[in-house]
Design a protein around this ligand. Structure first.
Ligand SMILES: *Cc1c(COP(=O)(O)O)cnc(C)c1O
Length: 426
C-alpha cells in the first residue's frame, strides 16, 4: 500500500500501519491521556516543538489513523476527525474566519449548514452571502467583498441533489485569493475527489456513507495542502502571523503545508473540543473498509429506482443526477462518472397529505432523520430537517415543499421497488 494505491486498497489498507507485535486491527485507544518520562518531553508537546499525544481532546491515535485514511482517500496532506459534520464545517470555516469577516456560500446546502452559517456564524460576527450556485460566474463573483475569506459549496446538495460545478467555483474563489471549501459528504471520495478539480479544503459528515451503518455521528476536515496562505498573508493573519497562545509561533512558517490542519488541532480542538470519540472513530473505520463496495451498490440501486419512479404516472417529478433527463446530468458525468450516490429527490402528484400517507404506508423503508446508510429510508425535508426554513428559503435551498428524499440502501432493488409500489397504491 502506498500513496498511489487505488481507492479500494486505501479503504482497506491505509491508516493504521501496525509495527512488529502490534494489533493487526486498529485498536481503540480508550484513554484520555498519554504517558511521558520527563516533564521536559511533555513541555515540548505543549509548545508544538514535537508531535505526540498528550490529551485526547487534541489528538488520539485511533482518530489519527482513521483521519489519515480519509486524507489518503481524498488525496489530501492531512485530516482531522470531528464530533459531527456540523463541527467539521464550523471548524473548516472558523479556522480562517473571525468576527468582521465574510463568507460566500452556495444557497443549495444542507439545512443544518444553512443555519450554522446564516444564523450562528452571524452571531459570531461572520457575515455570509448565499449565492445561486448555477448563476453565471460574474454574478457569484459580485458577492465577494474585500473581507471575504472563503467560498463554500456541496459536491451534491442535501437534499436538492444539485451538482456543484467545482471547477467554476474554484476559479471564482482563487481569482479572489480565497480557498474553496467543499462538503463532499454525498459523493464520498469513491465517486468524487474535489481536490482534483481545484477545491482546497474538503469536509465530511462521516455520519453518512463513510460510516454507512448509521452507528456514529462524526465529521472530518481534510486539507489539500494546495492553498498558498502566504501569498494572501493579509487575508489570513491567523495562519501567517505569530500565535501568542503558542509563544509567537507562525503556522505557515513552522508547519508549511500542514499549517491549516495544525492550527485547527492546536487552536480549535484545544479551545472548542469537538473531538470524535475513539470508539466512534473505530466504527467509522469499519465503515470505510467497505465504502468502495457499498457506493457502487447504492448508485446501481438508485439508478434503477429513479428510472422506475420517472416512468410511474403517480410521480410528478424525479431529481436524480444519474437520469438523462436531469438538469445536472452533464455535470454529474463530468465530476462523478462512476455514479453519484443513493439519494433521490422526488415529488408525487397530489397533495402534501397524500405524500405523507405514501410515506406512512411504506413497510420495509422507514421514516428516519438520516440519509446515506445501508438501509433504505425516507424523509420529507419540509416537515423534518428543513422545518425551520420558510417556503421561500426552502426554494432557495433547492428544496421543493413537496420533495420526498429517498435514501436508497444496498438491499435488492426489486424489494425496494415492491415496497414503494405497494405504498403508492395506498
Ligand atoms: C448530515 C450532513 C451534515 C451534518 O453532519 P452531522 O454529522 O449530522 O453533524 C453536513 N453536510 C451534509 C451534506 C450532510 O448531509
Amino acid at each position: 500500500m502506498n500513496k498511489s494505491s487505488k481507492p479500494a486498497t486505501l479503504c482497506v489498507q491505509s491508516g493504521w500501519q501496525p509495527k512488529k507485535g502490534e494489533p493487526r486491527v486498529l485498536p481503540i485507544y480508550q484513554s484520555t491521556t498519554f504517558k511521558y518520562d520527563t516533564s521536559e518531553q511533555m513541555a515540548k508537546l505543549f509548545d508544538l516543538e514535537e508531535s505526540g499525544y498528550f490529551y485526547t481532546r487534541l489528538q488520539n491515535p485511533t482518530n489519527d489513523a482513521v483521519a489519515a485514511k480519509i486524507a489518503a482517500l481524498e488525496g489530501g496532506v492531512g485530516a482531522m476527525l470531528t464530533s459531527s459534520g456540523q463541527a467539521a464545517n464550523f471548524y473548516a470555516v472558523f479556522n480562517i474566519c473571525q468576527a468582521g469577516d465574510h463568507l460566500v456560500c452556495s444557497s443549495t446546502i444542507y439545512g443544518g449548514t444553512f443555519n450554522l452559517f446564516g444564523v450562528t456564524l452571524k452571531k459570531l460576527g461572520i457575515e455570509v452571502t448565499f449565492v445561486d450556485p448555477d448563476a453565471p460566474e460574474e454574478e457569484i463573483a459580485a458577492a465577494f467583498q474585500p473581507n471575504t475569506k472563503a467560498l463554500f459549496g456541496e459536491t451534491m446538495s442535501n437534499p436538492g441533489m444539485n451538482v456543484l460545478d467545482i471547477e467554476k467555483f474554484a476559479r471564482i474563489a482563487h481569482s479572489h485569493g480565497v480557498p474553496l471549501i467543499v462538503d463532499n459528504t454525498f459523493a464520498t471520495p469513491i465517486n468524487c475527489r474535489p481536490f482534483e478539480w481545484g477545491a482546497d479544503i474538503v469536509t465530511h459528515s462521516t455520519t453518512k456513507y463513510m460510516d454507512g451503518h448509521a452507528t456514529s455521528v462524526g465529521g472530518a476536515v481534510v486539507d489539500s495542502g494546495n492553498f498558498d496562505w502566504e501569498a494572501h498573508a493579509d487575508k489570513f493573519p491567523g495562519l501567517t502571523t505569530p500565535d501568542e497562545s503558542y509563544h509567537g509561533l507562525t503556522y505557515t512558517k513552522a508547519f508549511g503545508k500542514m499549517a491549516y490542519m495544525t492550527k485547527a488541532t492546536a487552536q480549535l480542538m484545544r479551545d472548542l473540543g469537538s473531538i470524535q470519540s475513539p470508539q466512534n472513530a473505530f466504527l467509522l473505520n469499519l465503515g470505510l473498509e467497505t465504502l468502495h463496495l457499498r457506493m457502487p451498490q447504492h448508485c446501481k440501486n438508485a439508478q434503477q429506482i429513479a428510472e422506475w419512479l420517472e416512468a410511474n404516472e403517480q410521480v410528478a417529478w424525479v431529481n436524480y443526477p444519474g437520469l438523462k433527463s436531469n438538469k445536472y446530468h452533464e455535470l454529474a458525468q463530468k465530476y462523478m462518472p462512476n455514479g453519484t450516490c443513493g439519494v433521490i429527490a422526488f415529488g408525487l402528484k397530489g397533495t402534501r397529505e397524500e405524500a405523507i400517507r405514501f410515506m406512512d404506508s411504506l413497510k420495509m423503508i422507514c421514516i428516519v432523520t438520516h440519509v446515506a446508510d445501508a438501509r433504505t429510508c425516507v424523509l420529507h425535508p419540509a416537515s423534518h430537517t428543513h422545518r425551520q426554513l420558510t417556503d421561500e428559503q426552502l426554494i432557495e435551498a433547492g428544496v421543493a415543499p413537496d420533495l420526498i428524499r429517498l435514501s436508497v440502501g444496498i438491499e435488492d432493488a426489486e424489494d425496494i421497488i415492491a415496497d414503494i409500489e405497494q405504498a403508492l397504491k395506498q
